[in-house]
Design a protein around this ligand. Structure first.
Ligand code: 4NP
Length: 156
């Protein structure tokens, strides 16, 4: 079993989107029993909230369902997950500050560095327009496919 947690700031836009995109890919690959997915935020501002309605609308246009309640990522999560995938470098910095051991730090990844792009961040769509939410989905589709390809040879 490989357990992966996607992490953004509020856990209402980017990380639940990445989780849903990855879940679709994992299930299509028949790996739903061996790859477990979750998402969380480095902030608890939106804890308990459903995903942002703009993220839900963009996901729905691609046939994806965002079903999640926001929660804050806590230090104990480093023990639960094998991989903790940050959406941007601010999120990664916050996670590094929470990681108390070399083992925990070794689980940290930046989503965009997994894929083929030379970028670092999934841009925060919160103050942006609908196109920004489409872009989040485009990035997640590309980089989650790369993440799955990396996991697949070892049978997850
Ligand atoms: P997310 O987007 O980190 O992708 O969930 C944001 C959601 C809320 C805020 C910022 C980013 N906020 O400042 O409340």
């Amino acid at each position: 079993m490989t357990r992966i947690c996607f992490v953004c700031h509020g856990n209402i836009c980017r990380s639940p989107t990445a989780e849903a995109v990855m879940r679709t890919l994992v299930e299509a690959a028949g790996l739903g029993e061996v790859i477990e997915l979750d998402s969380a935020g480095v902030s608890d501002e939106h804890a308990g909230d459903p995903p942002d309605r703009r993220a839900v609308a963009a996901a729905t246009r691609r046939g994806l369902r965002l079903e999640h309640r926001a929660r804050r990522f806590i230090a104990a999560d480093f023990e639960r997950f094998d991989l903790v995938v940050a959406m941007d470098r601010d999120n990664l910095r916050a996670l590094k500050a929470l990681a108390r051991t070399a083992g925990a730090r070794g689980k940290l990844e930046l989503l965009r560095r997994i894929g083929p792009s030379c970028e670092h961040d999934v841009p925060d769509p919160w103050y942006d327009d609908d196109a920004a939410f489409e872009r989040v989905l485009d990035i997640c589709e590309l980089d989650c496919a790369a993440l799955l390809a990396r996991l697949r040879p070892v049978g997850a």
